[in-house]
Design a protein around this ligand. Sequence first.
Ligand SMILES: N[C@@H](CCC(=O)N[C@@H](CS)C(=O)NCC(=O)O)C(=O)O
Length: 228
Amino acid sequence: MSKPHLVSFDLCPFVQRSTITLQEKGVEYDIRYVDLANKPDWFLAMNPLGKVPVLKVGETVVFESAVINEYLDEVYGPQLHPADPLQKAMHRSWIEVTEQLGGPGYMLMVAETEEAARAAAGKARPTLEMFEEKIEGPFFAGEEFSLVDGAAAPFLQRLWWSEEVRPDLGMFDGLPKVTAWTRQLLARPSVQASTIPEIHDRFLRYLKGDRTESMQVGPTWLGAQIAA
Ligand SMILES: N[C@@H](CCC(=O)N[C@@H](CS)C(=O)NCC(=O)O)C(=O)O
């Protein structure tokens, strides 16, 4: 089988969903980074949507993180989806729910005012509350790590790091199961190995205005809260 080749942006949570899957399965892969503020032609030719992740296997190109993960789960063990079709469908539904955390997480990272940041944090809250009711613990469906966990982890990681900057954002307050789940996911070796080693520092630099190679801006509201 050809070695998978992944196209990435270093801070992209969607790419991380797929690298978590690759790490869980111990699959070797190559990774290439693009500057999303200055997309190269070869990248746009691969994905007409202009988004990472993109996976290339042999001459075939696949995009969309959930689709990439379904493919990886079909061809490499151990299986991270349940075998039972109904349970599998239920997991797919909840992977869709994890997507609801992506928007608020990003809005929080780029919010220029306290009001905008608090509004973004408030938008994450209903989804976190839904997971508080649903997760079995320690992972989404109990003892076994699944694709739902891998899909949620990058978003939870960014919300967690944002709340570390300003604990009074309160997104995790009164949600003990989601808090324990997030801690468990952040400590998971596959999650830690799913991105650049200095990812936390990179996240903080992004808040301070270091967006991409070709895009530097002023600090966001959260960035201005980081102790120098
Ligand atoms: N639904 C897509 C979302 C991917 C996505 O939004 N990636 C962002 C970076 S984290 C991107 O490439 N943005 C570039 C753009 O939208 O122009 C997936 O799951 O793969």
